[in-house]
Design a protein around this ligand. Structure first.
Ligand code: MN
Length: 416
């Protein structure tokens, strides 16, 4: 026995998960494709170099790469075969690799010695607005409870095109943004630091290469174009956003940073956690209809850690609360012939559950600052303070198997 196989049973990253990321390690490796397994990282470039992937349809450069895009360009079936092959090699009774000490030590790294990088070269970034509770809450805060949802909301998975250049990986700090805003009491706008800095609890999905311009992807086909999901904190400057968004929507209040978790959990790994979505009433147009369970049960948390303080949980939500699922989002995105590309990123929109305690932004948690959140250190939060770290974690769990999403964390530094 080369190594204890006990790590296969570690809760968050069991062999049923096998998420993909990009890592480098203290062995002075260049960036390469890795797969997380327990407290280890499997070096997929080494697996390939040592011949363990010879029957698969990949080139060495697909794995010795700064991003997952080259591997993903091989398509869903190839990536599925790769993941299945890795599962086979690390299956507890398969001794081929596990008893080859030399190979095992070249291929398997301690996670603690690995640095994780932004996994995807994000082409286009689209952000949806698909949680009914979130849209309702925002409608209540900025309009009134009787007209909280806009007339289009239950007919269209509302979204906008974001910016990919400012998508960062977990661990990278951000500076408080500055900008133009108009306080409610002021007659004219002012320039200054964002005072209402907020997170948005989201997941994002990453796409494989889509269809040519002019073609559409149906709800039925959508799964075949989705590589996987990751935690996503879509940072927001509420005061900047509130002044600029009419009539064309989000701009500088949104594009200063969005933070992606380093591990992409494949859609294949999430299949066991499928669940039914809400009944959609009014009935959606035929191109948005779908069959089967297309929602996914993923527990989500948000924590705020003040400087030198402990983590404080401010939100428990779940992805299953979404009104619109990924299949509908992708079908809607492409129904006009818009082409999606390998490495596009689609944000879910803030994921708020139906009760207090399940709200996925400070805007909702503090109810626009009218209900400050009391922190155990005696301070309060209406929005995010300088030196706070915002952490999001998530997992799907069923029948004793837990598929972890790891975490996405960002520390807020003072404005530059
Ligand atoms: Mn968002």
């Amino acid at each position: 026995m080369a190594q204890s196989p006990m790590y296969l049973n570690i809760l968050m990253l069991p062999i049923q998960n096998l998420p993909f990321g990009i890592f480098s390690s203290t062995r002075n490796d260049t960036k390469r494709v890795g797969v997380a397994l327990g407290d280890k990282v499997v070096d997929v470039a080494q697996l390939e170099a040592l011949g363990y992937l010879d029957t698969l349809d990949f080139e060495p450069s697909d794995f010795k790469s700064e991003f997952l895009n080259a591997m993903m360009l091989r398509g869903k079936l190839a990536v599925r075969n790769l993941r299945n092959r890795i599962a086979e090699l690390f299956e507890i009774n398969n001794k081929t690799l596990q008893d080859n000490v030399e190979h095992f030590n070249l291929i398997v790294r301690e996670a603690i010695e690995c640095q994780l990088h932004l996994p995807i070269r994000v082409g286009d970034y689209t952000d949806f607005y698909s949680s009914e509770q979130h849209a309702f809450n925002v409608g209540c805060l900025f309009r009134d409870p009787d007209n909280a949802l806009m007339p289009n909301w239950k007919h269209i998975p509302v979204g906008y095109h974001g910016r990919s250049s400012s998508i960062i990986v977990s661990g990278e700090p951000i500076h408080r943004p500055k900008g133009q805003k108009k306080p409610p009491t002021a007659d004219v706008p002012v320039f200054g630091n964002c005072n209402l800095l907020d997170f948005e609890l989201e997941t994002a999905f990453v796409t494989f290469e889509g269809k040519p311009l002019g073609d559409s992807i149906s709800t039925e086909e959508a799964d075949e174009y989705i590589f996987g999901m990751a935690l996503f904190n879509d940072w927001s400057a509420r005061d900047i956003q509130g002044w600029e968004y009419v009539p064309l929507g989000p701009f500088l209040g949104k594009n200063f940073a969005s933070c992606l978790a380093p591990w992409i959990v494949t859609l294949d790994a999430l299949e066991p956690f499928r669940t039914a979505g809400p009944v959609q009433n009014p009935k959606v147009l035929p191109y948005l209809e779908y069959t089967g369970d297309k929602h996914i049960d993923i527990n989500l948390n948000v924590l705020i850690q003040p400087e030198n303080g402990t983590e404080v949980n401010v939100c428990n939500s779940n992805y299953k609360h979404m009104y619109w699922n990924m299949n509908q989002q992708l079908a809607h995105h492409t129904i006009n012939g818009c082409n999606i590309k390998c490495g596009d990123l689609m944000g879910s929109g803030t994921i708020s559950g139906p009760e207090e305690g399940m709200f996925g932004s400070m805007l909702e948690i503090s109810w626009k600052g009218t209900k400050p959140f009391a922190m155990p250190d005696g301070t309060e939060r209406k929005f995010i303070h300088d030196h706070d770290t915002v952490i999001m974690r998530g997992y799907a769990e069923k029948n004793g198997v837990r598929i972890g999403f790891g975490e996405v964390r960002t520390k807020v530094l003072p404005a530059k």
